[in-house]
Design a protein around this ligand. Structure first.
Ligand code: AMP
Length: 414
């Protein structure tokens, strides 16, 4: 089916063809006509299945009428959990909208960088604002923009945006929106906890749930589970990188400290690597991701800040050096590979401490990965340390931002 058959105007349909998109993906087939006719959409589709184009393309079409030049107003608001994802969606808007006759104005509002350029950019309003909630609220408090004229609200990685971590901020943003807004929720996962909130946000939505009924794992994803000891993980990783022909590897770790530590060890082994985590300056975060995407470095060692939404073309391998906290996060992490129908591999390093947690992830997603050991790096410790009932995983630990949000919420309740 051609893109034009979905009702998209020819500049957008032609751009899709120029980008090599031979036909729309299933989520695009279902969501694009619904967005075009103004319906609310609740889309749940696998990682890497083209969700960005599924909302960006029809939104661009709907914005093709010129904006009344009202000060500080915004027509479309896209909320995302990370700064990197905001920047990625902004470049998708540019890419998909490049042939449109009307130049649309997009502003990216994210923390970690100076507010001033963002405030200047908002002068005269914007067609599309792509924001992380914290900075958006800061700029709303400073009257740099108003949400009175928003017509479309998109929550990308919607289950994360609806989760407790963003709850108060999202409620504040909703309070500033007009009573009726076309609302679009997109994610690869919607855990039961957030479903009621999603229902509350949407009016008679078009439900698009594609490809996830049998298994939430991608058919093109291979998985490995290598048993080892905690202290052997870095030498094992170095060994895998040296012996296997992996041009590019995204390694997930549990903490900032872990990321810096692994990068240092890889550098000692003359493997090019950079860290990506929330404690770095935004400049360093952006550079690390750009260097990795451009293949200037072989390994990116990241916390879950890179787990959601980030699209790295043809990334062949994801390594879980530490396991993610939740089975949901597992899907997002491994979903950085095997995107858009390509082959991908997820490698899990299993120690006696996290064995039980991996079994839980397997059970939740109904898969089993055969255990293996690599000569020289075999597991020798077979009993978990005493007093560690969670198998080394500390459950849903609040991160620094979650704690700050909880403290702010407690302060306003007083
Ligand atoms: P997303 O899930 O939006 O991050 O998209 C994943 C990848 O699929 C991106 O690299 C897109 O460029 C690509 N993509 C999106 N739509 C299509 C399509 N219809 N055909 C081929 N590739 C696509």
């Amino acid at each position: 089916m051609p893109f034009a058959a979905l009702g998209l105007s020819s500049p957008l349909a032609n751009t899709a063809a120029e980008l090599g998109y031979n036909e729309p993906t299933p989520v695009q087939v279902a969501a694009i006509p619904a967005v075009l006719r103004g319906a609310d959409v609740w889309a749940c589709a696998a990682t890497g299945s083209g969700k960005t184009a599924a909302f960006v393309m029809p939104i661009l079409d709907r914005l093709s009428a010129p904006r009344a030049t009202a000060e500080r107003t915004v027509r479309v608001l896209v909320l995302v959990p990370t700064r990197e994802l905001a920047m990625q969606i902004a470049s998708a808007v540019k890419r998909y909208g490049r042939a449109l006759p009307l130049q649309l104005k997009t502003c990216v509002l994210i923390g970690g960088v100076s507010e001033n350029p963002q405030m200047m950019a908002l002068r005269g309003g914007a067609d599309i604002v792509i924001a992380t909630p914290g900075r958006l609220l800061d700029l709303l408090r400073k009257n740099a923009l108003t949400l009175d004229h928003v017509q479309v609200l998109v929550l990308d990685e919607a289950d994360r945006m609806l989760s407790l971590g963003f709850g108060d901020e999202l409620a504040d943003v909703r309070g500033l929106l007009p009573p009726v807004v076309q609302t679009l929720l997109f994610s690869a996962t919607f855990p039961p906890k957030v479903k009621a909130l999603a229902e509350e946000l949407l009016r008679d939505p078009m439900r698009v749930h594609v490809g996830l009924d049998e298994s939430p794992l991608l058919a093109t994803l291979a998985q490995r589970a290598i048993e080892t000891d905690v202290a052997k993980r870095t030498p094992l990783l170095v060994n895998l990188l040296r012996t296997l022909d992996w041009p590019q590897v995204l390694v997930f770790v549990a903490s900032r400290y872990g990321a810096d530590h692994v990068v240092e060890k890889l550098a000692n082994a003359r493997i090019t690597a950079a860290a990506l985590h929330g404690e770095l300056s935004q400049g360093r975060r952006t550079d690390a991701l750009a260097d990795f995407k451009a293949r200037r470095i072989q390994v990116l060692v990241a916390t879950d800040v890179a787990a959601r939404g980030i699209d790295i073309a043809s990334l062949p391998v994801v390594v879980n050096y530490d396991l993610p906290r939740s089975p949901t996060d597992y899907l997002h992490r491994v979903g950085r590979t095997a995107r858009a129908g390509e082959l991908g591999l997820a490698v899990n390093l299993l120690t006696v401490e996290n064995d039980a947690h991996f079994r839980l992830i397997e059970k939740r997603h109904q898969f089993v990965v055969q255990r293996e050991q690599i000569a020289g790096f075999e597991r020798t410790i077979h009993t978990p340390p005493a007093g560690d009932p969670h198998g080394g995983i500390k459950g849903k630990r609040p991160n620094k931002k979650d704690k700050a949000r909880a403290a702010a919420a407690a302060a306003t309740r007083k």
